[in-house]
Design a protein around this ligand. Structure first.
Ligand code: 5GP
Length: 296
């Protein structure tokens, strides 16, 4: 399979990374427009493929080959492997818009060439994505010491980390997403991926971290740490999957230190919706319109 290394501009604005010729679809814009016209309610009735804690994956209408799926953002909030749960009206809409904006900015960043599963936002709570088979790993990137790193090692929160620290864990709530002590374990013992795929994932992770740090900082936000997930596209190539939101990133205002992420909910240190509204505002979005379902 030939790597083209291209970024493809499709029509006005609908633009996504497609590194491989095999994944190019000139009709993708037609599909995205048709989905937009169907609207949130109709898309929310598409057959369910998978339901997670914060999202549902649905079959994509008008896509008989199954190359695409819909990702639907829920209003639920969970923490500590879903032991703590809550529902906040509009959280799904905010996160859908935030994640879409960040993927779009990453797409537009010509230094970043990571293939991503995201294609376009098609309703207040739905994204059109390339279908991927998720690899059961959670990749954590830390630019500053916080959260479980501090807890595990007794490090003072806020301690600088000279070079981004990448941790690889198993995606498994029942086992509390344990970290691997050696990268050979997922490859050689668990057979989750090949060592080439592991290399690809680590390289893409660094690239996404560089891109995201730059993008966030451009909006006055500091990216302290975040989680990435990866999947295999239809012909086996690795792509960045899932979401990038305040649910998956630790974020503060670069000037004031105001917190903008799910720690507000995890540790009851403030109103998480206020944090997510603040995050959306800083990204140049209109949170009031988004919460009313006006997302374009
Ligand atoms: P920590 O290991 O410090 O709890 O988390 C590090 C970063 O990864 C945080 O930004 C956190 O939001 C994210 N993260 C870690 N595990 C999960 C998870 O299971 N779900 C989500 N949404 N984010 C996670």
């Amino acid at each position: 399979m030939g790597l083209l290394g291209l970024k493809v501009a499709l029509g006005d604005g609908l633009r996504h990374f497609i590194l491989l010729e095999e994944y190019m679809d000139p009709k993708i814009e037609v599909l995205a427009n048709a989905l937009q016209e169907m609207g949130e309610e109709v898309l929310s009735r598409a057959p369910l493929i998978y339901e997670g804690k914060a999202k549902r994956v649905r079959k994509c209408p008008n896509n008989s080959q199954g190359a695409y799926v819909l990702m639907e953002f829920k209003d639920s909030l969970t923490a500590f492997d879903a032991v703590k749960r809550d529902e906040r009206a509009g959280k799904g809409r905010l996160n859908c818009a935030i994640s879409s904006r960040l993927w779009q900015e990453l797409n537009a960043d010509y230094e970043a060439t990571a293939p991503i599963a995201f294609i376009a936002q098609v309703s207040p709570t739905h994204q059109l994505m390339h279908r991927v088979d998720i690899i059961s790993l959670e990749i954590i990137v830390r630019n500053e010491a916080h959260g479980s790193l501090c807890k595990r090692f007794g490090i003072e929160p806020g301690t600088p980390i000279p070079r981004p620290l990448i941790e690889v864990g198993l995606k498994n709530d029942a086992l509390h997403d344990p970290f691997f002590s050696h990268l050979a374990i997922p490859v050689e013992i668990m057979g989750l991926l090949t060592s080439d795929e592991m290399h690809t994932i680590l390289n893409l992770t660094e690239e996404v971290n560089d891109g995201l740090r730059r993008i966030y900082l451009g909006h006055g936000i500091k990216l302290l740490d975040f989680k990435l997930e990866f999947g295999r596209l239809r012909y086996g190539d690795i792509a960045v999957a899932d979401e990038i939101t305040g649910d998956t990133c630790r974020l503060v205002d670069a000037q004031t230190g105001e917190k903008l992420d799910k720690d507000l909910f995890r540790f009851d240190t403030g109103d998480v919706m206020t944090g997510y509204v603040g995050l959306a505002q800083r990204l140049g979005l209109d949170p009031e319109a988004i919460l009313q379902g006006r997302w374009c």
